[in-house]
Ligand binder design. Sequence first.
Ligand code: DGP
Length: 114
Amino acid sequence: MSDCLFCKIVAKEIPAEIVYETGRALAFRDVNPQAPTHVLVVPKAHHADAAALARADDGLADEVLKAAHEVAVREGVTEGGYRIVFNTGAGAGQTVFHVHAHVLGGRALTWPPG
Ligand code: DGP
């Protein structure tokens, strides 16, 4: 999608600190980190949110989830615990409508989130 921020990051038209990449997924650091590790994992194909990604039913959700876990391993946060979050819908705080998993770790994470 030509007007999508994360499509532009995928296309390398907008710079981002990329930490991991697979054939169909890209992981880059969040510009406004909420934890020592805060990485966003996106499918390279445009899907608006987690519901649309689930509906795609082509193994892409699986690849995004596996990439998110691989990021946690590479960031060294698996032992201390980490969180994978898909904010889905504006009411849940989603602001960029290209589905992305937040991978958060490196500090104690409280529950429930706000
Ligand atoms: P959400 O609120 O769940 O839609 O998360 C969107 C995240 O995207 C938010 O944590 C900030 C991040 N973000 C917004 N614009 C940019 C950008 O241009 N580059 C990067 N790396 N992250 C961005």
